[in-house]
Ligand binder design. Structure first.
Ligand code: ADP
Ligand code: MG
Length: 257
């Protein structure tokens, strides 16, 4: 089982869209995939049409039932064959406060996933845009980190912050956390977009997918992305290509290490 954390400390950079399309792509390759919504805003959960009032069983139970949470009871089917998902509950937002006082909470997700390791080939973690307990759990558990990064000048700071956080986590857990950057929301008609993509490739050579996910209105409606007949087009094709790159990237990095 491989765990991929999709994270960036910035919001609106395409984390949820990336989580969805990579998971869908893996499921289409006949892999057993579990997608976990770790964001209290629950946009992924809503995309799947899961009602949030009353709160569904989901991610929060992993943290309230320390050591005892069975992901098998929390994972729900989706319209995409092979793809299961764990819903986010609004109560996730209160977790950060408890995190400071309750020991062991930082590893709760990793433990629950470890207990379920025979059931899935891939686990994809859709992270919140804040550096808190949920993101730390995801980074502690992950085998790799995928950072979607918008191709605009301001996004470079957020990306640097995220990569620094990943280094810190890597040092404390003493296990490599390979990092991959996926440029998103790319508009090749703007000079800023083209410049930033060039900078990304120069600064993070080898770590960054050398293409970019284009702006594509067909990707804007998350609900349509989880339908049995998902949209096709430039954006969806770009994600398929990014997934192939990610799948090929790890062995290369391991050889280099
Ligand atoms: P995050 O999870 O980082 O907050 P989202 O994946 O929710 O980001 O994306 C933010 C917004 O941008 C959403 O409305 C989403 O539908 C839209 N979006 C994401 N990627 C694209 C794209 N390639 N083209 C057009 N719209 C996109
Ligand atoms: Mg999101």
């Amino acid at each position: 089982m491989q765990i991929w954390a999709i994270a960036n400390q910035k919001g609106g950079v395409g984390k949820t869209t990336t989580s969805l399309l990579l998971s869908r792509g893996l499921a289409q390759m006949e892999q057993r995939v579990l997608l976990v919504d770790l964001d209290p805003h629950a946009s992924l959960t809503r995309a799947f049409g899961v009602p949030t009032d009353p709160p569904p069983p989901g991610t929060h139970d992993i943290f309230s039932d320390l050591g005892g949470a069975d992901l098998g009871n929390l994972a729900r089917r989706t319209p995409i064959p092979g793809l299961l998902m764990v819903a986010a509950q609004p109560a996730l937002a209160t977790l950060e406060r408890r995190g400071a006082t309750q020991p062991g909470l930082g590893l709760a997700l990793g433990r629950a996933l470890h207990a379920a390791r025979g059931r899935y080939d891939y686990v994809v973690l859709d992270c919140p845009p804040t550096l808190g307990l949920l993101m730390v759990n995801a980074l502690a558990a992950a085998d790799r980190l995928v950072v979607p990064s918008q191709t605009d000048p301001l996004a470079m700071h957020g990306l640097a912050d995220m990569l620094r956080t990943a280094e810190m986590v890597e040092r404390s857990r003493r296990r490599p956390l390979p990092r991959h950057i996926i440029p998103t929301l790319y508009d090749r008609r703007t000079r800023a977009g083209v410049q930033v993509l060039g900078q990304l490739k120069d600064m993070y050579e080898g770590m960054v997918w050398p293409r970019a996910i284009p702006m594509d209105t067909r990707l804007r409606e998350a609900q349509t992305l989880v339908a049995e007949e998902p949209p096709t087009g430039r954006g969806a094709e770009a994600y398929e290509s990014a997934l192939r790159w990610l799948l090929a990237a790890l062995p290369r990095q391991q050889e280099a290490a």
